[in-house]
Design a protein around this ligand. Sequence first.
Ligand SMILES: Cc1ncc(COP(=O)(O)O)c(C=O)c1O
Length: 445
Amino acid sequence: MRRNDPPPVRSPKGQALYAKARALIPGGTQLLSKRPEMFLPGGWPSYYTSAKGAEIVDLDGNTFVDMCISGVGATVLGYADADVDAAVKAAIDGGSMATLNAPEEVALAEALIELHPWADMTRFSRSGGEAMAIAVRIARAATGRPLIAFCGYHGWHDWYLSANLADDGALDGHLLRGLDPKGVPRGLKGLMLPFQYNDLDGLKQIVAEHGANLAAVVMEPVRNPPAPGFLAGVREIASAAGAVLLFDEITAGFRVNTGGIHLTLGIEPDMAVFAKALGNGYPISAIIGRASVMAAAQDTFISSTAWTERIGPAAALATLAKHRAQDVPAHLVHIGERVMAGWTEAAQAAKLPVEVSGIPPLAHIAFKVPNAQAARTLYTQTLLDRGFLASGAFYAMFAHTDTQVDRFIAACGEAFEIVAAALRDDTLTAQLRGPVAHAGFQRLT
Ligand SMILES: Cc1ncc(COP(=O)(O)O)c(C=O)c1O
């Protein structure tokens, strides 16, 4: 420890609860990206008692500014947003579940179609992965075809994981390396055809071989910027093959504009799926699409009790209203640009090679050094001691302030100096108070 370093953050209650969780909950958490080992094994606060704006208080009373995944990208406005929460409380007071349907779902369908004039109809569910499973079922039902060309990550369901049945390496660069599709029936083998983002030739080859059986091309419209002509090329290829172009907007949507990022990119899909930011963290996901495709949702059984509750659509309506009224995307881009520039400048000052990538509201930093994962872990540990939750990703929220960014960038400067010195002295792992963080969840789109 250097002379002026703050004392290490301790979170004994959080550690003890997570130790208990590991015995009771396989995998410890419900989402890999919230697993403490992904951040700082043995040191991550793990649980919270309250969260407001961009701040989180852990079980041990430590307060942190969240400068990492911000509710895994769901809380685009910020934690416990007063306007969204007021709408949710009203929905609860009016009865969040009943035998009759919630009128908010019709209003939300109308709002999403107004935002995306190419779309005619909408279905709702509650999580991102299930919405993708629904969308793929509809696309297969609409086309009567089985095969899916895809790139990127789209959730945990069998339709997607079946790609790993082709052979062990099939998902390299698409999904978590080494992810085991145990439990996914081998009968699904061969239905998933991977291609790389920005590789139009790869998609062309799939269509040349399998075009007549291709139900859909499934992809995120953007994660890193698309190469010129790539998305227009994908649109053309999908149309020519008679396949549904399905954009997964679960993570990209509602960040650079109010709606799908494809609106900004100027490419219209046949279906799009939203979740995460749509309800500012309340469970709600939407599948929107052209009537010609969506009508097939009536020819196949897609139905669930939890999709009829009222909180999700009420939260989404309030989120959409605030998103538009306050020009939330402008703030997200501003904050994200500041973080990306701050990372770059601080790393240059510390002579630490890093790669800053992504789009401003959804930025990534990677350490381009030997033992990069240990470097990232030391960065997380150093920032935790300075009052920040930090990892290799930053999701901007409307609640993030310039003051928080200023403080964060200054703390990053210190962290980069410490990491650079540890690399020079070969003390990276020696300076860690626990093991190196697990690698993973790097989407290569
Ligand atoms: C692009 C994309 N698709 C699908 C999903 C799965 O969504 P969920 O975690 O809500 O099931 C995610 C989640 O990270 C995602 O980023």
